[in-house]
Write a protein that binds this ligand. Structure first.
Ligand code: LLP
Length: 413
């Protein structure tokens, strides 16, 4: 039995009952299925098998060490977005040549760290950043491998907060500027321009904008070749969405079918930076009902012990996550708002959800929470961060212990 599934009425993770794991480790709790991570990584890898490619897993989606190590063991590289994520990648066993470093505001310290390590590519965001990389590399008598992050001005048709490819977004370099910048930077002793990069958004379910952006980047690579600047790879970023509500979305094969015709024949190595698509469906957030409240003439609130501190996606993006009782419930359906315990009205995980009326103490699962869940957790209201469990080969193992108030206060005077 693999993945998060309902078996005999109860939700299980790779065959292990989620209620057993919650009973042992407490709630709120993240639980991940290793078999799901493995099969989803392989699905993308196999879909692109006919073209030279590397998958650099986007650590920002979920960078718990055991998850990063699992992906490394499958052959993934890493996409790091900060000095911290570079450190995590190294501790997870990635070698510098397996790490690409992206980020819209890299500090001098982070750039120096990446150059000293000799990461595979620094995806540069502006001409100013290229100048800074050149100066840092020359001071070290080395050359940094860079790719230019393009902003193709293409709407990814995702949520505005997670769209990055429009010229009104802070990311990347406008297409019209790239050739000029490359000409100015090509002779720099500290730079080796090896690639072009883009990432137009996340949770993309319409592949057409991605394919159009890919065409623009491949065209530009060819033009740079004509200018005498030999590009060896294009990095098309991440972004492939998943189905949060059960409606059909493109598969890994559809993704490859949209992108491969664009890069095939270009002679360019293809780099991808998938995050969400691999880990989101592999994770659930488990939480217990702490109170049920019926406001007079108003709503039925199901109050959980998890909220925006554990999973902020619904509050930040209006994101939909299915919320289900772990033990199948019967009885007439009622409509309720599933909310967290924080002192914020926006602390709502699910609005107007039909479900059999839960009881206090019931265990609930928030599905598809493996990406941008635990990594975006906070300590607001002095809430310790939840524990995380990875289920692999029938064994549920704590991969991050629950934070304690002592952990939190250890940093304070
Ligand atoms: N590469 C770059 C440069 C990125 O900025 C991102 C995500 C990725 C790769 C991975 O994208 P993915 O395959 O996961 O879509 N917190 C938001 C998502 C923010 C994504 C930011 N960049 C959410 O919870 O929906």
């Amino acid at each position: 039995m693999s993945g998060i599934q309902r078996t005999g009425g109860a939700l299980t993770c790779d065959g292990v009952p989620l209620s057993d794991i919650a009973a042992r480790e407490g709630t709120p709790l993240y639980v991940y299925s290793a078999s799901t991570i493995i099969s989803r990584y392989r699905a993308i890898d196999e879909a692109f098998a006919s073209h030279p490619h590397s998958l650099h897993y986007a650590l920002k989606a979920n960078s718990t060490l055991a998850v990063a190590r699992l992906l490394r063991s499958l052959g993934a590289g890493a996409d790091a977005n900060s000095g911290g994520e570079i450190d995590v990648a190294l501790r997870a066993g990635f070698i510098p040549d397996q790490i690409v470093f992206t980020g819209v505001g890299k500090t001098a310290g982070e750039l120096a760290q990446a150059i000293d390590l000799g990461v595979r590519t620094i995806n540069a965001e502006s001409e100013g950043e290229l100048e800074r990389i050149d100066a840092l590399a020359r001071a070290r008598q080395t050359r940094a491998r860079v790719a230019l992050r393009l902003n193709p001005d293409i709407d990814a048709k995702s949520h505005p907060h997670i769209s990055t490819g429009l010229k009104t977004n802070k990311f990347g370099i406008g297409l019209d500027h790239v050739r000029g910048i490359c000409q100015r930077m090509a002779g720099r002793a500290g730079l080796e321009i090896v690639g072009l990069h883009m990432h137009i958004g996340s949770q993309i379910t319409d592949l057409d904008p991605l394919a159009r952006a890919a065409s623009a980047i491949v065209r530009l690579a060819r033009e740079l070749g004509d200018d005498g600047i030999a590009i060896d790879h294009v990095d098309l970023g991440g972004g492939l969405g998943i189905s949060y509500d059960g409606s059909p979305v493109p598969s890994a094969a559809d993704y490859a079918a949209a992108l491969l015709p664009v890069v095939r024949g270009s002679g360019l190595h293809l780099v991808l930076e998938p995050g969400r698509n691999i880990v989101a469906p592999a994770g659930v957030l488990l939480s217990r009902v702490v109170d049920i409240k019926e406001q007079p003439g108003g709503k039925l609130f199901v109050i959980l012990d998890a909220g925006m501190t554990e999973l902020i996606r619904p509050m930040l993006y209006g994101a939909f996550h299915r919320i289900e009782p772990v033990e199948a419930a019967s009885g007439p359906e009622t409509v309720c708002d599933v909310v967290g315990p924080l002192c914020e009205s926006s602390d709502t995980l699910g609005k107007d959800r039909p479900m059999p009326r839960p009881g206090v103490g019931d265990l609930m699962a928030v599905l598809d929470a493996g990406a941008y869940g635990a990594v975006m957790a906070s300590n607001y209201n002095r809430r310790p961060m939840p524990a995380e469990v990875l289920v692999q080969d029938g064994t549920a193992r704590v991969i991050r212990r629950r934070q304690t108030i002592d952990d939190l206060l250890a940093l304070e005077a």
